[in-house]
Design a binder for this molecule. Structure first.
Ligand code: GLN
Length: 515
């Protein structure tokens, strides 16, 4: 079998047995990128020479029998929302086209220490705002299963590159579903950890109370391996939680006994495509055959999830994005041209006798901020800033933001009640398989509704995983598992059990060679 179809765990065993080198593995993935990324457009930047040099260095250390980190020479792709020292980090935005962070994000440091080969930075919706990767200022990523369709978003590049055999592992971020939804639409495994499980230091902020970094991979076992590297308390992120990190890569193999799974009544309502519902119900049958018991449960406030999320996330975003003013950070407008235009406008107004209007013109500093932001941000980001600024404004704060915080608490309480009765909640990730590129991009509301099944986990701060559970019209479908806070181990073990009993995770799009 081609190395491009093998799991990271299998590849690591081969690396350790001397059956393959990191240089060979890295080269194979680089070749796949070269051959197919012109169409898929998963990567924003790849530096083959740097990746190969790093792989060679790891191979040399392995040959010299020096100790190696957990990822010992495996290629890993990085969502371009994570700071990489001295290397361009655009966040999919023109605003940061030339931004070279002076430091590595904590997870990047951890990946380097674990001897990963960082193979490239992947495409995303601008500042992770979106669900189709079409909001990137640079390119639209395609779904490797059908190039006319979206890979999902915002970690569309991260999911597409794993599905397309361009990297066995990648790092995504999930604020309202951005790991789980693209994982589902591309047929890979993606885990959003509990809020606080993984350090956010060096992750460019979208909505700070919701953002989490997590792994995308071909199998649950691989996601466990990668999460083991990523997870842990970090003094540089005060919201990261100081709880022990299990050895996920080992415990993932232990099956769960007497598993009690909950099916959320409200998940099977309007909008869910019959084929997705069938795949989810079939998956539940698989769990039953493995000894699980199933219970109907209710998350009564889940129906307010999307509305709540689209108040809280834009509110936080409007504050986080204030730093891009062309002075502290980001694109700055052409000042010479701006000053000349301003003088021109003023002269015209004065000549027309409109002195009051001339005096009311922006001063150059304010105008510089406005122009820089107008030029640097794309339309969806501007929409979020407007939504958030409105929700936080003095007259509306109580009616929108405060109310959303209260509903958020109720959503969390629903989970607390449900997890008294069940160990895991099982359901769909999306209502349908991948939609067509262009289908929703001009209709923000329909794009926001895609997040129906994913935002509640972020609002409650709990973990969730998406694993392949079926196909519809040759497009992958995802199953979502959710667990109580800091029970990533349970998610991974349950996902692995499912993957031992099924082969949906071993399906590949045609562009990934068999041999
Ligand atoms: N689709 C959601 C949004 O547009 C989620 C994005 C994310 O998780 N980063 O906000």
């Amino acid at each position: 079998m081609s190395v491009l179809r093998q799991s990271a765990t299998e590849l690591l065993a081969k690396l350790n047995a001397g059956e393959v080198t990191s240089v060979q593995l890295t080269q194979a993935h680089l070749d796949q990128i070269k051959q197919h990324d012109g169409q898929v457009k998963a990567f924003l930047r790849v530096d083959p020479a740097a990746a190969l040099a790093r792989a060679k260095e790891i191979d040399d250390r392995r040959k010299a029998k020096k100790p190696l980190g957990l990822l010992g020479g495996l290629p890993v792709a990085i969502k371009d929302l994570l700071c990489t020292e001295g290397e361009t980090t655009t966040c999919g935005s023109k605003m940061l086209e030339h931004f070279k962070p002076p430091y590595d994000a904590t997870v990047i440091k951890k990946l380097k220490a674990a001897d990963a080969v960082l193979i490239g930075k992947t495409n995303l919706d601008e500042f992770a705002m979106g669900g189709s990767t079409e909001n990137s200022a640079y390119q639209k990523t395609a779904n490797p299963w059908d190039l006319a369709r979206t890979p999902g978003g915002s970690s569309g590049g991260a999911a597409a590159c794993v599905a397309a055999g361009m990297a066995p592992l990648s790092i995504g971020t999930d604020t309202g579903g951005s790991i789980r939804q693209p994982a589902a639409l591309c047929g890979v495994t993606g885990l959003k950890p509990t809020y606080g499980r993984v350090s956010r230091f060096g992750l460019v902020a979208f909505a700070s109370s919701l953002d989490q970094i997590g792994p995308l991979a071909r199998t649950a076992e691989d996601a466990a391996l990668l999460l083991e590297v990523l997870a842990g308390h970090d003094p540089l992120d005060s919201t990261s939680v100081d709880v022990p990190v299990p050895k996920y890569s080992e415990t993932v193999k232990q099956p769960l006994k007497n598993l009690r799974i909950g099916l959320v009544r409200e998940h099977f309502g309007e909008g869910l495509e019959p084929e997705v519902e069938k795949a989810v119900r079939d998956a539940v049958e698989v769990y039953k055959s493995l000894g699980a018991t199933v219970k109907d449960i209710s998350l009564p406030h889940g129906k307010y999830g999307v509305a709540t999320y689209y108040i809280i996330a834009p509110s936080e975003a409007s504050s986080n994005l204030a730093r891009y003013d062309g002075v502290h950070y980001g694109h700055r407008t052409n000042e010479k041209q701006m000053v000349a235009e301003l003088a021109d406008e003023r002269n015209k107004l004065v000549a027309a006798g409109k002195t009051a209007a001339a005096e009311a013109l922006d001063n150059p500093l304010v105008r510089m901020y406005r122009r820089s932001r107008a030029e640097g941000f794309g339309p969806e980001v501007k929409r979020r800033i407007m939504l958030g600024t409105y929700a936080l404004s003095a007259g509306y704060y109580d009616a929108y933001y405060l109310k959303a915080l209260k509903v958020r608490r109720l959503i969390r309480q629903d989970y607390d009640v449900a997890f008294n009765e069940v160990d895991l909640i099982v359901g769909p990730v999306t209502t349908s398989p991948a939609f067509k590129l262009g289908e929703k991009v001009d209709d923000p509301l329909s794009m926001y509704l895609v997040d129906l099944y994913t935002v509640s986990a972020n609002l409650a701060g709990i973990g969730g995983i998406s694993i392949p559970c079926g196909m519809s019209r040759n497009l992958p479908l995802g199953l979502q598992l959710q667990a109580p806070p800091f029970e990533e181990e349970r998610l991974l073990r349950a996902a692995h059990m499912f993957q031992q009993a099924t082969d949906w995770h071993q399906q590949f799009p045609a562009m990934v060679p068999k041999a």
